[in-house]
Design a protein around this ligand. Structure first.
Ligand code: NAD
Ligand code: GLY
Length: 373
């Protein structure tokens, strides 16, 4: 069933970064609304970067919406999937930009999920040393997280998101209607990033998510609008204080140290990013409990919520002979690691997260307990 969100009023969350501040526009039908593109940097040409799944769904609509603003609108269509978040795909964007004579004013539009958004942002950061770009996220995960805050990257076989740049978009346009075509597995993946905001920053939001999980899974437009807005508010609040992750911003990686190990260990794309994060949230909650920050009931509560969102709560075996060793080795490649020492985001009291190290033996217990549930 397609639920139309037409009655949901459009809202804007501002992200305050001095001269690089921008608005995150959230609403129904924004993809086609001329207002969505008003006051963008003036330019002769635009390049829509999308993939072969999203292009047939929304490529034509974005193209038509941009026609009144740009004389030339080009499109580059990348292969779909996390396994294509690579140098090869990035080069396809550069090939398209150069072969079509795009200049330093060309505006890039990232139309798709987090994979397209991260790659387009990185291309925008580096093409001719920087061109403007706009995020048009079409997955829940991208609307609540990846399109906001200016982290851009590609993967390396040895580590997730290892090559990239901080580079802010001009604007983020979240059209809630696009979520109607999202496969249910992808909807669940997005909910992992929604859930994460509760334990790290806002327990009242966690209560709300629990109460509305049924509506979120049923794509109720009002519930989705609130989830996207509150998630963006929290992310904007964090990024506004620590754009380049010198401290606070790391809390947004709650569940991600374990999650990134799962993604890399399983092979990119085997588990969706959000699925790995969902399981990672449970593992990080267990570690938080082992370190004394939360009680067992908190771990149980978060586990049930992750499960209710349709996400895995049992961690995969990454190596039949030395599973703990494999997890630890993968987690040492995490960007938060220093001198090979793994840093974890843990909850030190409900609604508050900190970054800290943990003894390998304790982490090993958490991994074991998460695999053998
Ligand atoms: P994705 O980009 O792979 O999109 C998921 C799938 O949904 C893809 O097959 C895509 O083609 C398809 N799709 C997209 N929109 C659709 C729509 N409206 N209807 C139907 N299908 C649609 O995955 P994702 O979950 O959006 O993003 C995950 C990526 O985001 C990971 O690479 C992760 O590292 C990154 N990420 C980045 C940040 C950041 O701050 N930059 C934060 C979180 C995650
Ligand atoms: N998704 C983590 C961050 O943006 O910092």
């Amino acid at each position: 069933m397609t639920l139309q969100a037409k009655s949901i009023p459009a809202q804007t969350v501002d992200i305050d970064l001095d001269h690089r501040s921008y608005g995150i526009h959230i609403g129904a039908g924004l993809l086609d609304a001329p207002d969505s593109y008003r006051d963008l940097p003036a330019a002769h040409s635009a390049m829509i970067v999308t993939n072969n799944t999203v292009a047939p769904l929304y490529g034509g609509r974005l193209q038509r919406a941009l026609e009144s603003r740009f004389r030339q609108i080009h499109t580059v269509t990348l292969p779909d999937g996390e396994s294509h978040k690579t140098w090869e795909s990035l080069n396809l964007i550069f090939d398209a930009l150069l072969s079509r004579g795009c200049d330093r004013k060309t505006v890039l539009f990232a139309l798709g999920g987090g994979v397209v958004g991260d790659m387009t942002g990185f291309a925008a950061a580096s093409y001719m040393r920087g061109v403007p770009f706009v995020q048009v996220p079409t997955t829940l995960l991208a609307q609540v997280d990846s399109s906001v805050g200016g982290k851009t990257a590609i993967n390396h076989p040895l580590g997730k998101n290892m090559i990239g740049a901080f580079y802010q978009p001009e604007r983020v346009i979240c059209d809630l209607d696009t979520l109607n075509t999202l496969p249910v597995r992808e909807l669940s993946a997005g909910l992992a990033e929604v859930i994460k905001y509760g334990p790290i920053a806002d327990m009242a939001f966690l209560d709300w998510i629990e109460e509305h999980m049924g509506q979120l899974m049923a794509r109720d437009p009002g519930a989705l609008a609130h989830a996207v807005k509150r998630s963006c508010e929290i992310k904007a609040w964090v990024v506004g204080q620590d754009e380049r992750e010198s401290g606070l911003r790391a809390i947004l990686n709650f569940g991600h140290t374990f999650g990134h190990a799962i993604e890399a260990g399983m092979g990119y794309g085997a588990w969706l990013h959000g699925e790995a994060v969902g399981c990672g949230l449970v593992m990080a909650a267990r570690l938080s409990h082992a370190l004394g920050g939360v009680d067992a009931a908190f771990v149980e509560r978060l586990t049930r919520l992750v499960q209710a969102a349709g996400l895995p709560i049992v961690a995969p075996v990454l190596d039949a002979h030395d599973n703990v060793g494999r997890y630890l080795a993968l987690m040492r490649v995490d960007k938060k690691s220093e001198a090979g020492e793994i840093k974890f985001v843990v909850i030190d009291r409900p609604g508050n997260a900190v970054v800290r190290t943990a003894p390998d033996a304790l982490v090993a217990e958490v991994i074991e307990a998460s695999v053998h549930v």
